[in-house]
Design a protein around this ligand. Sequence first.
Ligand SMILES: [Fe+2]
Length: 241
Amino acid sequence: MANMVQRLYETCKDVFKNGESGYVPPPADIQRLTAVLDGLNAEDMNLTSIMRVLRRRRSRQHDPPAVIYIHIYECDQFSIGIFCLPACGVIPLHDHPGMTVLSKLLFGSMHLQSFDWVEIMPSSIKQPQPGRRLAKVKVDADLSAPCDVSVLFPAAGGNMHCFRALTPCAILDVLGPPYSQAQARNCTYYHHFPFTPFSSDGGELNGDVDGEGYAWLEERAKPESFIVAAAPYSGPTILER
Ligand SMILES: [Fe+2]
């Protein structure tokens, strides 16, 4: 194989050939793709100079620094790209409708928080206000490279997630299928609020509902503070087939 990036492309081409919204590749395919991502590092993608730039960047209070996106490849079935975050950079809480997403932290440390919808809300729980939906916390943890690849699915694995850089970091994202306005796979952003277990009769629930690990999510417009600047990909060229 010519290079690791080419190997990633070839594997995605096979694993995501179905291309349908909501398609979940079988575990063996996810394992194969994860193994390729495990073998990839920042040097394979020629990120050395951007790492230097990110490390020099200082954050200002109340002003999250811009996130850099390096687009590598996109077709109807999948997309590959890298988000580079300076320290304190944030990718706000957003979803991946109908997608399977593999995220590999290439370098640095970040805090990952992810959620899945609670599909059947217990009748004893009252929605605190219209527009808020109950979600279950999937991950709420600090990650430092090298670490396991994160995998999310259309309805599991933490389909809604946010990243906060603890140090300058870079995340390689593989999306299958990619965002598409034509296919109604748009990105939605969310606010999240702590779970307060009020019962449907207005009283507070005690004992039977554990608030740990839940949150209320509410749709929001794309945060104005979320600024993404594009940078060119300078790693090995992908040969399409
Ligand atoms: Fe994402």
